[in-house]
Design a protein around this ligand. Structure first.
Ligand SMILES: Nc1ncnc2c1ncn2[C@@H]1O[C@H](COP(=O)(O)OP(=O)(O)O)[C@@H](O)[C@H]1O
Ligand SMILES: [Mg+2]
Length: 330
């Protein structure tokens, strides 16, 4: 015979409590998911992304006993051991946190250049890598992971960037470092402004316009596109560029609207033509940069011109520009 169990009030209270905890947990998880969705690479997404590359066999993961995780590029396998065993001794500082950069802002990171020669070298045998160290806060660890992912994603999309070599993360100590390839023949546009000033607008600006246009066409919104973050091989005959500094980079599945990425051009125009060292005039940019950029992206040139006008409402005349150029030529 079936006997209804007498409800146990203690059990009911426990169940209620558990249901409440579940509800709160679900709400928190939903908030977290929302937060993750709103970022292009959160720590979780970044880990997932890097692990997916590990499972595809493109990256390797080393875990050490004390919580350090290193994701490294398999193509650089033979350099990795040398890097760990001896490279630190040969590191030279490129930039120190707090130091003034060519455009006058303070550097956010310590950056080191490290020559590496593996024990059993395959051709070419020697490389130089760059190590960007992140200051010790949990937030910076996330930024390092995010930057590593963005660098890999940019490369995957066929955008010219330095090679990803490794990212070291020590979440318990809130430390991280991003290691990339370094090509000495590429310099930041900011550091070669005097070379740039002798580059004729009609040959340099279309090449740059095409390069930046390609970046936007491939769905990358850089968000910090100033002359410190664009590398150039300094060649006038065959200009080649590379992008660096992906801390704020955002990726879109397909080419975004101009209004989504236009801030990149605002920053670039400002730093290209910034007085007193600005190298090109508004007219140069309008004549040579904008057509090349719009040809690649299909964006409306009038919209880009309107942006240019909002950045440079008034322009110095030709004579004034010549005087500025003379001042900065060596
Ligand atoms: N691959 C590279 N090749 C040459 N110089 C580089 C490279 N990566 C970084 N640098 C130098 O270090 C500087 C800072 O690096 P970046 O990644 O832009 O860090 P930050 O976030 O501090 O601006 C750059 O402006 C450039 O001078
Ligand atoms: Mg930078």
């Amino acid at each position: 015979m079936y006997m209804a169990k007498k409800p146990n009030p203690r059990k009911i209270r426990r169940e209620k409590r558990r249901a409440k905890v579940r509800e709160i947990r679900e709400k928190l998880a939903e908030l977290r998911r929302e937060f993750v969705r709103s970022l292009h690479f959160s720590r979780l997404k970044a880990y997932k992304y890097l692990l997916s590359l590990v499972s595809e066999g493109k990256l390797k993961l080393i875990r050490t006993g004390w919580g350090l995780k290193i994701f490294y590029n398999k193509a650089y396998e033979e350099y990795i051991n040398s890097y760990f065993s001896e490279a630190y001794r040969r590191a030279t500082s490129v930039l120190r946190r707090g130091e003034k950069t060519p455009d006058g802002t303070a550097a956010k990171h310590d950056i080191y250049r490290i020559p590496i020669e593996p024990k059993k070298p395959a051709f070419p045998g020697k490389i130089t890598i760059l190590k960007k160290a992140y200051i010790d806060t949990p937030y910076r660890v996330d930024v390092a992971l995010q930057e590593a992912c963005s660098l890999l994603e940019a490369k995957r999309r066929g955008i010219s960037v330095p090679d990803f070599v490794a990212v070291e993360i020590n979440p318990s100590q809130n430390k991280a470092a991003l290691i990339t390839s370094y090509n000495p023949s590429f310099k930041t546009l900011a550091s070669v402004k005097s070379t740039l000033s002798s580059a004729p607008a009609r040959s340099f600006l279309p090449a740059l316009g095409e390069f930046i246009g390609n970046m936007h066409r491939k769905g990358l919104y850089h968000t910090d596109l100033d002359l410190e973050n664009i590398l150039w091989n300094t060649s006038l005959m065959d200009p080649k560029f590379m992008l660096i500094d992906f801390e704020g980079a955002k990726f879109f599945k397909t080419q975004p609207k101009f209004s989504t990425v236009h801030r990149d051009l605002g920053v670039l125009f400002e730093s290209l033509a910034e007085p007193p060292l600005g190298v090109y005039s508004r007219r140069d940019i309008e004549r040579y940069f904008i057509p090349a950029y719009c040809k690649v992206t299909g964006y409306n040139p009038n919209e880009v011109k309107a942006l240019l006008e909002s950045v440079f409402p008034a322009q110095p005349g030709q004579r004034e520009r010549d005087a500025i150029r003379k001042r900065i030529e060596p």
